[in-house]
Write a protein that binds this ligand. Sequence first.
Ligand code: SF4
Ligand SMILES: [Zn+2]
Length: 495
Amino acid sequence: MTDDIEDAHQAYYHQFEPTEIETLRTALLGWYWKNRRKLPWRGDPPPYGNAEKPATNTKKAKVAADNSKSKSLLSFFGKSTSTPTKTTATKTTTTTSKLAPAAEAAPAAVGTPVSPYGVWVSEIMLQQTRVEAVIDYYLAFMKAFPTVQALSSADLEEVNRLWAGLGYYRRAKMLHDGAIAVVNEHEGNVPNTVEGLKSIPGIGAYTAGAVGSIAFQIRTPLVDGNVIRVLSRVRALAADPKNKQLVALCWTLAEALVSPTHPGDFNQALMELGATLCSVTSPRCSECPLRTVCLARKEVEAKQRPVGKPDTKGDDLCEVCSAGSAKGPSSVTEYPQKAEKKEPTPETYVVVVLTSRSVKGHAGTLCYFLRKRPETGLLAGQWEFPSFLITDAKQRKAVFDSGVQELFEGEEFTTTSRRSCGEIVHVFSHRKHTMLIEAAEITSPLENPTTTDAESQSKKRKLSSTTTSRWYLCSLTLSLLLSSLCSASLSILSH
Ligand code: SF4
Ligand SMILES: [Zn+2]
């Protein structure tokens, strides 16, 4: 809310004139058709270009850099840290892109048929993740599950395996749930209305807008972080990008702007401008197609706010902007305002890496003990080395002992070796985990639940209903183990 009388301005200041809308649409679409990146979900053939090393000047980039200093679980095991696919997902925000631009001015590419399912998959993958990081994952995913029917009938473990390294694993489960709903409730056809799309699990307002406009050419808006940044600058909105009033106003503005003839291209253009020219820290205003209608740029040049519009439209004062200087911003990057920083909550865990060479039926084979996390919450449904929250690092040994007892529920076993292997620090968006790694080899009374005799099946049921834990045979399920480790390690590195 404006609380400085000198900075008071009319709400009308942020609205578009009809002529501005026309100018903006024409300029933005023209720029997009000439400069848009070639991407598989846009119906483009390869090559898609190579990912550029992203700029590392954002908070997310700093978090990724901090996490990368942590000791990888794979390096602990002396394994390669390469992912199943070529691209490693990092949550940095790039300031420029060198992906190959689409062919010249591209009217021929406009309207290239794209699959609603493919757009849906790409939009879910792109949430919180850079385009460059998504391409290889998208191609591998679509190869494995080329249709919504294929995804709906796939095992969630296989879906998670292909998602390993992309982060935010809940997205994979929601996509899988959504595919099942489309098959069961819509005869396998992705709904072709915004309301129908929103009825699918995992599809919210943004994804419905994206799939609706890009795949079905519905004139409907979308708003993501890039769009909020662009519109906040073009309309000089001085508020935190998470401010509810600001977000609501951005939806209203996007609704007014979206092209009636090329809604999908227009929405992609707005996002692409935010991902490239109108970046967080280094906007390239002199190259920008929106510079003639951009209020932030005008204010900076005029050193004045408000600027460019007569302020005579009544007393409907703006309630979105925070107080600021009536002299105007010194840089367009002052819009939107910086988001309030919230320090992640620190938590410490003892992580138990248990091995055994005496799993019944597999004597002599090195096995690792993995446990499935709960189906809700952080890293829902992912396999992990069992971990236990502690409040004091001095509890490390005691928690290890009680934790292992808990895992085996009173079964007899002997610890033949145990050692502390240092710690891994990983920063999630809202939490900072310090993981104290304890490794131990034990003689095991348990059988591998994958064996089929009646006794072990009974044991398996017991395990499933209590700890949902499993032994994995390293030599027999190496790829699965590695993907689990990659998942664990990369989630450590990439969130
Ligand atoms: S003129 Fe500058 S601030 Fe305005 S939209 Fe373009 S790049 Fe962003
Ligand atoms: Zn305002």
